[in-house]
Structures are given as C-alpha cells and as structure tokens.
Design a protein. Structure first.
Length: 84
C-alpha cells in the first residue's frame, strides 16, 4: 500500500491535490483519465472510470429527441449563407 500526506491547494474557486506518480501507478491512473469521486463516511474515494466512452454511432442510436428536447430542422432548404 502506498500512502502519502499532501497539501490541498486553491485553484480558482476549487481545491485540488496533485497525485504523486507512485499513487497514480498503484491505482492505475493515467493523465487525462476520467475518475469518479465520492464521499463515504467522511472519506474521499477516487476511482478510475474504466468504461469506454460511447462512439458517435452508439450515442445516436440511443438519442431520443422527445426525451432530450432535440432540435429538428423544419426545412431541408438552406438557411442564411450556407452552401450545400
């Protein structure tokens, strides 16, 4: 188990902690990876998100304009200065 003591720093209106390389390696975190953060009984838990993001095709397949208040073009004619 890797354990360190760190200082919490102010970043704009937020607080932040820089994770040392040993902590990142032990928890299998990489740069630009998304994480899920929650508080449980006063402890902060950071977990890597391992699910792969949906592709555009997958997102479009589950898109429901009625549910998502999607916008549909009322005409197939060009509007404004667009060139089709």
């Amino acid at each position: 188990m890797v354990e360190v003591e760190l200082d919490v720093k102010q970043w704009g209106n937020n607080l932040g902690v820089r994770l040392p390389a040993a902590i990142a390696r032990e928890s299998h975190l990489t740069a630009h990876q998304r994480v899920r953060i929650r508080v449980l009984d006063g402890e902060i838990i950071i977990k890597p998100i391992t699910e792969t993001p949906l592709s555009l095709e997958q997102r479009l397949a589950i898109f429901n304009p009625d549910f998502h208040s999607g916008e549909v073009m009322a005409t197939s004619q060009p509007l404004g200065a667009e060139t089709w």
